[in-house]
Design a protein around this ligand. Structure first.
Ligand SMILES: NC(=O)c1ccc[n+]([C@@H]2O[C@H](COP(=O)([O-])OP(=O)(O)OC[C@H]3O[C@@H](n4cnc5c(N)ncnc54)[C@H](O)[C@@H]3O)[C@@H](O)[C@H]2O)c1
Length: 396
C-alpha cells in the first residue's frame, strides 16, 4: 500500500483521488492539504481521507506518508516540490511542472539532488487510446512520424487563479499547451530534440492579460512537426483530439466530445454531464469513465508501479522541464512573430544526426515517390532520378 499526502483539494485533487482509490485499490490518500480548513475537512469526509491539514510543510513532513502529490495552483508547485524533496519524499507533480523552464529546472535539480523519486503527472499521454496508439507507433506501424496535431480547447478554466497571468504563468498555452506539446513529443520520440517554435497567440475574447487562444508549431531535429491548438474561447464543451501522421500510416483519436456515447434529452438534466460540458439539454456527450478516459488511472498505475519497481515512470520532472522550455520559446515567438530557438541547458536525448533517406529506392537509378491505382485499373508509379532529379512516370 502506498500512503499518499495530497496537496490541493480542488478539481484535479478529486480526479486524482478517484483514480488512486479506484475500485478496491490498495493505495490511499491518507492526508489532504487545502488552504481552507472547511474545504480540507469536506474533501476528507467525501473521499474517506483519514487526516487533513492547511499546512503544506506539515503535510510533507508527516512520517506516515510515502508519496506527496502536488495538485496546487501553478505558483505553488516549486515551493511544494522543494519542501517534499527536502523531506525525502517521493514527489509527483501535476502539469505544468513550472511556470517557466527556470522554475522547472530548479524543481528537477531539487529532486535529483535529494535523490527522491519524481513523476510528472501528464495524464494525457496515458488515455487508453493514446497508450494503444503509442504502442503502434513505437512498433513502427506508422513508419517515421512526420506531424502530430494535438488540440485541447474549452470555454475556459474553473478557478480564479488560472486567469491570473502571474499566478498561472500564462494562459491557454501554459494550461493546456503543456498537454499537447507532450502528446506530440511522445509520438515523435522523446529522444528527438525539439529545436524551435513558431507560435501565434492572442486574447480574443476575455478581458485578461494572458492569451485565451494560441496555435503553435514545434520543429524537431528529425524534421517532424508537433502542432498544438489551445483555446479558452471554444464553445460547446471540451474538445480533445490528437492526430498522428507517419510515412506509413495515420492515427486519429477523439478523447471527449463524441467518444461513442451520445444522449438526447428534451427536458434537460440537472446532473453533471462531463468536464467542461456547456449544455445540459438537447444532444449531450457524456463520458462513461472520465478518470480512465483522461488517463488518470493508467498514469497512477505507472507512477506507483515505478516506485515499487525502483524504475523511472514514463513521465519524469525532466519531461516537465522540456515542456516548459518549449512553452517559454512559444511565448517568445508570440512577441517576436518569428521562429524562436528552444533553450535546453540540460538535454539527455539523441545528439544531432542525419535522418535522410526515408523514401525507398525503386531501382539503382530511381526512388519511388508515389504509387497509385488509376481509374482505368492500371498502377502508376512516379519516379525521381537519384542523380539528375528528373521526374518521370510509368505503369506497372
Ligand atoms: N489534466 C490535468 O492534469 C489537470 C487538470 C486540472 C488542473 N490541473 C493542475 O492541477 C493544479 C490545481 O488545479 P485545480 O484545477 O485542481 O485547481 P482548483 O482551484 O480546483 O484547486 C486548487 C486547490 O489548491 C488549494 N490551495 C490553494 N492555495 C493553497 C495553499 N497555499 N495551501 C494549501 N492548499 C492551497 C485550494 O484550496 C484548492 O483546494 C494546477 O497546477 C493545474 O494546472 C491538472
Amino acid at each position: 500500500m502506498t500512503r499518499i499526502a495530497l496537496l490541493g483539494a480542488g478539481l484535479i485533487g478529486s480526479f486524482y483521488t478517484q483514480a488512486l482509490h479506484g475500485a478496491r485499490s490498495r493505495d490511499r490518500v491518507e492526508l489532504v492539504c487545502s488552504r481552507s480548513a472547511t474545504n480540507a475537512a469536506a474533501f476528507a469526509a467525501k473521499w474517506g481521507v483519514e487526516r487533513w491539514t492547511t499546512s503544506i510543510d506539515e503535510a510533507v513532513a508527516d512520517e506516515r506518508i510515502d508519496v506527496v502529490i502536488v495538485a496546487l495552483p501553478n505558483d505553488l508547485h516549486k515551493q511544494a516540490v522543494i519542501a517534499a524533496a527536502q523531506a525525502g519524499k517521493a514527489v509527483l507533480c501535476t502539469k505544468p511542472l513550472g511556470r517557466t523552464a527556470e522554475e522547472a529546472l530548479q524543481m528537477l535539480r531539487a529532486v535529483e539532488e535529494a535523490g527522491v523519486f519524481h513523476g510528472y503527472l501528464e495524464d494525457l499521454v496515458y488515455p487508453p487510446k493514446t497508450l494503444k496508439g503509442l504502442q503502434s507507433v513505437q512498433a513502427g506501424d506508422l513508419g517515421r512520424i512526420l506531424w502530430v496535431r494535438s488540440r485541447e480547447t474549452h470555454p475556459g478554466p474553473h478557478s480564479d487563479w488560472f486567469w491570473d497571468k502571474e499566478r498561472a504563468g500564462g494562459g491557454a498555452i501554459i494550461d493546456m499547451g503543456c498537454h499537447c506539446i507532450e502528446i506530440a513529443r511522445s509520438f515523435i520520440g522523446k529522444n528527438v530534440r525539439p529545436v524551435e517554435v513558431v507560435c501565434w497567440g492572442d486574447t480574443q475574447v476575455h478581458p485578461i492579460e494572458s492569451e485565451d487562444h494560441a496555435v503553435g508549431m514545434v520543429r524537431y531535429e528529425d524534421g517532424a512537426i508537433g502542432q498544438f491548438e489551445v483555446s479558452w474561447a471554444f464553445r460547446g464543451g471540451m474538445d480533445l483530439r490528437d492526430e498522428v501522421a507517419g510515412t506509413e500510416g495515420t492515427l486519429w483519436m477523439n478523447h471527449w466530445l463524441r467518444t461513442g456515447m451520445e444522449m438526447y434529452t428534451a427536458k434537460g438534466t440537472s446532473r453533471y454531464v462531463a468536464e467542461k460540458s456547456e449544455s445540459n439539454g438537447g444532444w449531450l456527450f457524456p463520458v462513461g469513465d472520465e478518470v480512465a478516459a483522461l488517463g488518470y488511472s493508467n498514469m497512477f498505475t505507472d507512477m506507483l508501479d515505478a516506485i515499487d519497481q525502483a524504475r523511472e515512470p514514463t513521465e519524469t520532472f525532466y519531461d516537465g522541464y522540456i515542456v516548459n522550455a518549449i512553452m517559454d520559446a512559444s511565448y517568445r515567438s508570440i512577441q517576436t512573430k518569428r521562429w524562436e530557438p528552444i533553450e535546453l541547458p540540460i538535454w539527455r536525448g539523441k545528439k544531432p544526426h542525419d535522418d535522410v533517406g526515408i523514401v525507398p529506392d525503386f531501382d539503382r537509378e530511381h526512388v519511388l515517390l508515389k504509387q497509385e491505382r488509376m481509374p482505368d485499373g492500371r498502377v502508376k508509379l512516379i519516379l525521381r532520378n537519384k542523380v539528375t532529379g528528373e521526374l518521370t512516370h510509368r505503369f506497372k
